[in-house]
Every structure is written in structure tokens, then in C-alpha cells.
Design a protein around this ligand. Sequence first.
Ligand SMILES: *[C@@H]1O[C@H](CO)[C@@H](O)[C@H](O)[C@H]1NC(C)=O
Ligand SMILES: *[C@@H]1O[C@H](CO)[C@@H](O)[C@H](O)[C@H]1NC(C)=O
Ligand SMILES: *[C@@H]1O[C@H](CO)[C@@H](O)[C@H](O)[C@H]1NC(C)=O
Ligand SMILES: *[C@@H]1O[C@H](CO)[C@@H](O)[C@H](O)[C@H]1NC(C)=O
Ligand SMILES: *[C@@H]1O[C@H](CO)[C@@H](O)[C@H](O)[C@H]1NC(C)=O
Length: 228
Amino acid sequence: MVVASILKYSVVFLVISFHGFYAMNTSDAIKLGSSIQAGDKSSWISASGDFAFGFYHLPSSLFLVGIWFNKIPERTLVWSANRDDPARLGSTMNFTVDGQLLLIHPNGTRYSIYSGDAASSAGMNNDGNFVLSNPSSKFLWQSFDFPTDTVLPGQALVMGQKLFSNSNGTMDYSTGRFMLEIQQFDGNVVLSAYKFADPGYANNQYISLIFNQSTCYMYVINTTSIPG
Ligand SMILES: *[C@@H]1O[C@H](CO)[C@@H](O)[C@H](O)[C@H]1NC(C)=O
Ligand SMILES: *[C@@H]1O[C@H](CO)[C@@H](O)[C@H](O)[C@H]1NC(C)=O
Ligand SMILES: *[C@@H]1O[C@H](CO)[C@@H](O)[C@H](O)[C@H]1NC(C)=O
Ligand SMILES: *[C@@H]1O[C@H](CO)[C@@H](O)[C@H](O)[C@H]1NC(C)=O
Ligand SMILES: *[C@@H]1O[C@H](CO)[C@@H](O)[C@H](O)[C@H]1NC(C)=O
């Protein structure tokens, strides 16, 4: 598998594979009423063992609900549900008896990862997609629909979807300054580096990676504007 990461600043932004598509079979289904607790090292693992879903321990000693590569020694997070609000020790993630997926903080606050029609099973698939299915195996929810900073082989990004880099490599997974977007209006892929405007500064810098669908050229442009 070829793993390419775009960008300087040690920001891991994209994982692209040019070959080696995975089989899509699901691991043993996760049953209604199952739960995982932050800090107890359990996770829901794909049949192949390549991916795990659970609480990912951050250097800060907080946890992200996420999916990581489980077979390589340096566990690499590829998706997270709560990148901007990490959970504390003692939080639980419940696949509730009524088919919802909840993160329950120790203070009792509930954060819904999925709420909707009752799911009947959950599964960590071999392609890195965590899915909730109904009794006829239709996906009601899948992590692939909510990409964070990484695209996996076989995962499609659709128009309007955006990826945001991490703030600081593997130290801080919160939403960072680089955005990759499949533009809704023309389908072009645009990578932008934002320097969020401090009220005291008049200029924004935009460095964009353009993939032009009609010409198939990919190029970087500097569209920095310096108003006034
Ligand atoms: C979540 O899971 C824990 C541990 O199994 C359980 O004690 C708790 O009642 C569950 N909460 C909900 C809302 O399902
Ligand atoms: C409970 O903790 C979570 C996670 O730290 C936080 O986002 C939330 O605001 C807290 N809720 C209350 C009511 O303090
Ligand atoms: C990123 O993390 C490294 C390692 O902890 C730290 O030295 C550095 O100051 C951090 N950078 C930012 C911008 O927070
Ligand atoms: C893509 O290429 C076409 C043909 O050269 C051009 O008309 C169009 O403006 C380009 N789009 C972008 C976003 O650069
Ligand atoms: C983009 O252009 C601006 C204005 O000319 C310049 O100040 C900035 O350094 C450029 N950025 C890069 C990354 O080349």
C-alpha cells in the first residue's frame, strides 16, 4: 500500500492508496447494548484486524472516539467523532439497545454520534468504515460520510465534502488550518491554507491546490489578497 501524506508542517492530511483494495466483508456484528469505556483498552476490531473503533488515547491523556490503524505499532488515527471536544477517562460509548450511538461523558452529558432510525447492528469493516445497519443490512450511518482529515482506499469524497488537517500532527487532532474541499459547484478539488484572520490583520493568505477535472491538471496557486 502506498501511503502519501500531503503537506509540510508534519500535518498528516491524506492517506491515499493506489492499489490494494480491501475486501468489504464485515467483522462480527457488534450487538445492541454493547459499550466501551475510555481507558479500559477495549475496542471493536475489523475482521482483518487492520482497523479498530474505540477510545484513542491522546498524549494529553484525554480520548478521541475514533478509528485507527490497529496493526502498525504507531497507532494512526484515521477518523474521529469528537476531534474538537476530547473525552475524559470514564466516558463511555454506547451502542444503545434502541440502536443509537452515544458518547456519554462522566458528567452525564450525552453526545449523539448517531441518532435516527434504530440500527440493529454495528460493524467495523475491513475497509476502515464503521457502519450502523438496519435488519436488511442497509447502512443507516457510516463514518465514511463524515471524513475528518484522512481518506482511505475505497472511500469516495463527494462534492461539498471537506477535510481539515489536524492542528498539530499527531499531538493535536483538533481542526487545523488546511482544508481540502471537493467544490460543490464544479467538482474541482481545492486545497487551501487558511490563516484565520486576526482582527488586527487585513490580509488573508490562500494557497490552493487545484485539481481541474476537465484538464486533469493538478496545480498550486497563490490567491493571497491584500485588501486596501
Ligand atoms: C451505557 O453503557 C453502560 C455500560 O454498559 C451502562 O451502564 C449504561 O446504562 C449505558 N447507558 C445507556 C444510555 O445506554
Ligand atoms: C460535560 O463534559 C463535556 C466534555 O468535556 C463537555 O463538552 C460538556 O460541556 C460538559 N457538560 C456540562 C453540563 O458541563
Ligand atoms: C506541536 O507539538 C510539538 C510537540 O509536542 C510542540 O513542540 C509544538 O510546540 C506544537 N506546535 C504547536 C503549534 O502547538
Ligand atoms: C479548468 O480548465 C478549464 C479549461 O482550461 C478552464 O476553462 C477552467 O477555468 C479551469 N477551472 C479552474 C477552476 O481552474
Ligand atoms: C503568496 O503571495 C503573497 C503576496 O504576494 C506573499 O506575501 C506570500 O508569501 C505568498 N505565499 C506563498 C506561500 O508563496
